[in-house]
Write a protein that binds this ligand. Structure first.
Ligand code: 13P
Length: 251
């Protein structure tokens, strides 16, 4: 199997003022200075991107945004474009998080436009997919994921210069303390890798990092990372404290 560098990403969601973000990033830089085999991303709110980018410059930590709009500029009050994110220091952008789908009615079509705009501009999209508890109980997990991947990645062009990251985040495991079992996660990740292979071919499928997200903590990360198709984690709550996030990065 080809080697994929593990990626641990922290989604700070709507937490931390600029000062709090600066303090957390400064602390994290110190805690992970020994790391050289894991890619690290933090995704603060938009308002802290530029100040945090100064702090993590010349470290192993990369910067991610939590959302993007697909147009480059224009009369779209409140939206943020790819060139703006890049000029704020971002390399990554989280797209289609279940909280955006759930609370802001984001559709697969909107997700697709965002993914293509990000990728075409040189940002690495982190596409979030995942089923709700009801969908899992009704045995619809694979059909839900299939649709999110098919529609979300429609007409996307990928190559070694335009990589993609996928985050499998079962909605029932986000912020609930319920982690999917390693068997459940591996089953879904293998399914997702297969879908990517059918869509983009073997090389892209082997190079695509598939992260797990949903109540990842210092005490459950290592058993997840040991699974063959799990290439990292997208961490919410436990990424807010530099100490616990650093423990996850040191899995
Ligand atoms: P928690 O780690 O708080 O469950 O959140 C996961 C998540 O939504 C990351 O994007």
């Amino acid at each position: 199997m080809e080697y994929r560098i593990p990626l641990i990403a922290g989604n700070w969601k709507m937490f931390k003022t600029c000062n709090e973000a600066v303090n957390a990033a400064t602390h994290l830089v110190k805690l992970v200075s020994d790391i050289d085999t894991v890619d690290i991303v933090i995704a603060p709110p938009f308002t802290s991107l530029t100040v945090v980018s100064e702090i993590i410059r010349e470290t192993r930590i990369d910067l991610g945004a939590q959302d993007i709009f697909w147009e480059k500029e224009g009369a779209f009050t409140g939206e943020i474009s790819a060139p703006m994110l890049i000029s704020s220091g971002c390399q990554y952008v989280i797209i289609g998080h279940s909280e955006r789908r759930q609370y802001f009615e984001e559709t697969d079509e909107a997700v697709n436009k965002k993914i293509r705009a990000a990728s075409d501009s040189g940002l690495i999209p982190i596409l979030c997919v995942g089923e709700t508890e009801i969908q899992r109980d009704e045995k619809k997990t694979f059909s839900v994921l299939d649709k999110q991947i098919e529609k979300g990645l429609e007409d996307l062009i990928l190559d070694e210069h335009r990589p993609l990251v996928i985050a499998y985040e079962p909605v029932w495991a986000i912020g609930t303390g319920k982690t999917a079992t390693p068997d459940q996660v591996q089953e879904v990740h293998a399914f997702l890798r297969d879908l990517i292979e059918k869509k983009f071919g073997n090389m892209i499928s082997k190079a695509t990092r598939i992260l797990y997200g949903g109540s990842v903590k210092p005490d459950n990360v290592s058993e997840l990372m040991a699974l063959p198709d799990i290439d990292g984690a997208l961490v919410g709550g436990a990424s807010l404290q530099p100490d616990s996030f650093s423990k996850i990065i040191h899995f």
